[in-house]
Ligand binder design. Sequence first.
Ligand code: NDP
Ligand code: GDP
Length: 332
Amino acid sequence: MGSAPAGRRALITGITGQDGSYLAEQLLERGYRVYGLVRRLSTPNTRNISHLVDRVELLDGDLHDPASLDSAMRASEPDEIYNLAAQSFVGVSFNQPVVTGEVTGLGTVRLLEAMRSHADRARFYQAASSEMFGKVLVSPQDEHTAFHPRSPYGVAKVFAYWAAVNYRESYGLFVSNGILFNHESPRRGHEFVTRKISDGVARIHLGLAAKLRLGTLSTRRDWGYAPEYVDFMWRLLQAPRPDDFVGATGETHSVEEFVQLAFDRVGISDWKPHVELDPKFKRPAEVDMLCGNATKAKEQLGWVPKVRFPELVRIMVDNDLQLLGAARPAAR
Ligand code: NDP
Ligand code: GDP
């Protein structure tokens, strides 16, 4: 792991999420002073960072609220700003399009404005998404592929992406987009399909559940391992110039393949009786296939993801088995 000059300061929005928590760990290891923006919830959600609370400084704030973002900039005086906060779940974005646009889209502009007012020498990472490509006509997708988002989430991310580019071009700020393809881990939210499968399979194996209900088995994603993707974020901000980069494994796999490997991990080869399709989990519009080309990141950032699909499935299933109290399966 590369290190940074001593005393660097980073502000992370979304520190309680999957990526924010891994990023905070890595920045602390690199010697950063880490500040995290957290919003007020009736029940605090600090599970992912409970092991870090003594080492990071948490600042109250919300991407809805410009005054809180100004305060966070003034309190943290950041060298680097990582904007990871979002309403990040595509499925919910169809039911809450306005909130998604407010937080995932306009929230980015509010944070960019706070940076412009209080931290214009900082470097800004925007968490852009492969969901911006949406209905893809070419594969694999890279930095030149046209956007055709298929959800309110994708639309909001396209807005935020172009806002980031415009703050770079209009005001000369160091603002970069990381266009990351799906990345997963034991800290992934349970509503996402990978975690839903790993948790569901562990429960079925232990006799705690009978069925796994999914919306579709046929869609394909380029799934990587989240800790490697937060290293990408850091590398992006160490580049000599601000720019936009794709982060991906370059492999695409179906939901069905994930299901099959997950059941295989617990010794169930005939998985079909355990899985049901439920229209409740289908979306009004679908992104059928994503597959990224991260050649630019490899060549310019030296970033190469190592965890491949079967290992990712294994990590996630083993984690959920362990959380539910089961012994780790023998190596297969
Ligand atoms: P998570 O859903 O795990 O984390 C989202 C974070 O945003 C949480 O900390 C959440 O806080 C915070 N948040 C939500 N709303 C607000 C708000 N109004 N004000 C302040 N904070 C808020 O997402 P990931 O860690 O998986 O993803 C990080 C970023 O990367 C997101 O922007 C996501 O859209 C993007 N991305 C993710 C990909 C992936 O595969 N994981 C792929 C491409 C892009 P709380 O804990 O309070 O809910
Ligand atoms: P996304 O790529 O950001 O939408 O990540 P998700 O993990 O939410 O979904 C990945 C793919 O799995 C999408 O094509 C979903 O439609 C599909 N999928 C199939 N069944 C389910 C399900 O029950 N839940 C979720 N979240 N996704 C599902």
